[in-house]
Write a protein that binds this ligand. Structure first.
Ligand SMILES: NC(=O)c1ccc[n+]([C@@H]2O[C@H](COP(=O)([O-])OP(=O)(O)OC[C@H]3O[C@@H](n4cnc5c(N)ncnc54)[C@H](O)[C@@H]3O)[C@@H](O)[C@H]2O)c1
Ligand SMILES: [Zn+2]
Length: 384
C-alpha cells in the first residue's frame, strides 16, 4: 500500500445560493463580529450584495474590508489585519478570488498572534491559533478555499508563500451563482490556472498519492469539459458549478501533491510584471509541458486518456503528444495574450526571470524533470 498523508478542510458546502446562508454558518462557528475580506471590483459589480445583506440580517456585526489588492502585497494584508484587530473581529469570511481568500487566511491567523509575517514565510512556520474562517471563492480558480497556502508579493516583488495547516478554513462554501458574471478573460485565466493545478498535482514528484491523483483526474475532466462554455456562455449555472467543483478538486489535489515548474516560472512574471496569476501560468504552460515530456510521458498519457477517451488504444508517446497538443490548442483559443512579447516583456528581461525562477525551489523540487537555469531560460525564450 502506498504511504501518504492527505489533509483537507473539515467541511465543504456546495449549494446554489449557499452564500445566503453565510450568517447561519458563521453563527454555528460561534462568530458574532464577522470581518469580511473582499476586493473593490466585487463590491462594485454587486456580486456580494445579497450575501452581505444576509449576514447582517442574521444579527451578526459585520465589518467589511474591501481593499484587497490583486497578488496581495504585504502592506495590504497587514492593513487588513490591523482593521480586523481594530473591530475586535472574532471570525473571518473571505469572499472573492484567490487574492481575497489568501488575504483572509492571513487575517484570521495574524489577528490573534504576535508572530510577524516575515517569520512565517515557508512551510509549517506559523504558530498559535487563528480566528474561525469561512472561504467563498468567486473565481474557478485558485482552489485557495481548500489549500493551506497564502501567496503574497514582497516589497522586492517576489511572490512568496506561507504554508501551514492553520490556513485550512473551517468551511469552504461553493455558490455557483457568485461566478455567473465573471468576465470571459478572467474566467479563462482562472480556469487554466485550475487545470494547471490538476496537471501539476498529478505529475508531482515527491508527494503524488492515490487520493490527489483521483481528484486531479476528476478536476481535469470537469474543467476541460466546461471551460469553453464557461468562457463563451458564462451565464449557465451548471457550467459555472462544474468549474467551481473542478477548481475545488484541483485545489484539494495540489494541497497534498504540490505544483511545480509551471508555477515556479509563473511567479517571477507575476512578481516583476504584475500580470494576473492565471495568465502567467498560461504563458509558460506549453513550453513547460514540452520540457517535461521526456520525464512525464506516461503520466501525460494517462491525463490525455482521462479527457480524450479516443486515446485509450494509443501508445504512451502518442497519447502524451496529443495531450500536450490539446492543452496548447485550448490555451490558444482563450481570449487573452498568448506570448510574453504580447504583454510588453522585453527579451532582455528573460535572464532575470530565469534567475528568479531558480529561487522557487519550494516548487521546482516537485517537477518531474529537474530544471536548471539554462532550462528555465530556454522555456522563457520559447514562451517569448
Ligand atoms: N492559496 C492558493 O492556494 C493559491 C493558488 C493559486 C493562486 N493563488 C493566488 O491567488 C491570486 C489570484 O487569484 P485569482 O486568479 O482568483 O484572481 P484575483 O482574486 O486577483 O481576482 C482577479 C479579478 O477578478 C475579479 N473578480 C473575482 N471574482 C469575480 C466575479 N465573480 N465577478 C466579477 N469579477 C470578479 C476581482 O475583482 C479581481 O479584479 C494570486 O495572488 C495567486 O498567487 C493562491
Ligand atoms: Zn495557480
Amino acid at each position: 500500500m502506498p504511504q501518504f498523508t492527505f489533509e483537507t478542510v473539515p467541511r465543504i458546502v456546495c449549494e446554489q445560493g449557499g452564500s445566503l446562508r453565510l450568517g447561519e454558518i458563521a453563527c454555528e462557528l460561534g462568530i458574532s463580529r464577522v470581518f469580511v475580506v473582499t476586493d473593490r471590483g466585487l463590491v462594485k459589480a454587486g456580486v456580494i450584495d445579497d450575501a452581505l445583506a444576509a449576514i447582517e440580517a442574521s444579527g451578526l456585526k459585520l465589518s467589511l474590508f474591501s481593499d484587497v489588492v490583486a497578488d496581495p502585497p504585504e502592506a495590504s494584508v497587514l492593513a487588513a489585519v490591523a482593521a480586523a484587530r481594530d473591530v475586535a473581529a472574532d471570525g473571518v469570511i473571505g469572499i472573492g478570488g484567490g487574492s481575497s481568500l489568501d488575504t483572509a487566511k492571513l487575517v484570521a491567523l495574524l489577528a490573534c498572534t504576535a508572530q510577524p509575517l516575515a517569520e512565517i514565510y515557508g512551510i509549517g512556520l506559523a504558530r498559535g491559533g487563528r480566528l474561525p474562517l469561512i472561504q467563498v471563492p468567486t473565481t474557478a480558480g485558485t482552489g485557495s478555499e481548500v489549500t493551506p497556502i497564502s501567496i503574497l508579493t514582497t516589497p522586492t516583488n517576489e511572490k512568496k508563500g506561507v504554508v501551514s495547516p492553520l490556513l485550512y478554513p473551517d468551511v469552504a462554501l461553493l455558490d455557483g451563482r457568485l461566478t455567473l458574471g465573471l468576465p470571459a478573460p478572467i474566467t479563462a485565466m482562472t480556469g487554466v490556472d485550475a487545470m494547471v493545478h490538476a496537471i501539476e498535482a498529478y505529475t508531482s514528484r515527491l508527494k503524488k498519492n492515490p487520493l490527489s491523483d483521483a481528484l486531479a483526474i476528476k478536476a481535469l475532466q470537469l474543467l476541460h469539459a466546461n471551460i469553453g462554455a464557461a468562457v463563451s456562455a458564462g451565464s449557465d449555472p451548471t457550467v459555472r458549478e462544474n468549474m467551481l467543483l473542478g477548481s475545488l478538486f484541483a485545489g484539494m489535489a495540489f494541497a497534498n501533491a504540490p505544483v511545480a515548474a509551471v508555477h515556479a516560472l509563473a511567479y517571477p512574471l507575476g512578481g516583476q510584471f504584475h500580470l494576473p496569476h492565471g495568465l502567467t501560468n498560461s504563458l509558460v504552460l506549453g513550453p513547460v509541458l514540452e520540457f517535461n515530456r521526456s520525464a512525464a510521458t506516461e503520466l501525460y498519457a494517462e491525463l490525455g486518456r482521462a479527457i480524450l477517451p479516443g486515446l485509450h488504444a494509443a501508445s504512451d508517446a502518442a497519447a502524451a503528444t496529443t495531450f500536450i497538443d490539446t492543452l496548447r490548442a485550448l490555451v490558444a483559443a482563450m481570449p487573452y495574450a498568448q506570448r510574453l512579447r504580447d504583454v510588453d516583456i522585453d527579451e532582455t528581461a528573460l535572464p532575470g526571470l530565469a534567475r528568479d525562477a531558480m529561487n522557487v525551489q519550494r516548487l521546482l523540487v516537485n517537477n518531474p524533470r529537474e530544471v536548471a537555469y539554462a532550462d528555465a531560460l530556454a522555456i522563457y525564450r520559447a514562451a517569448w
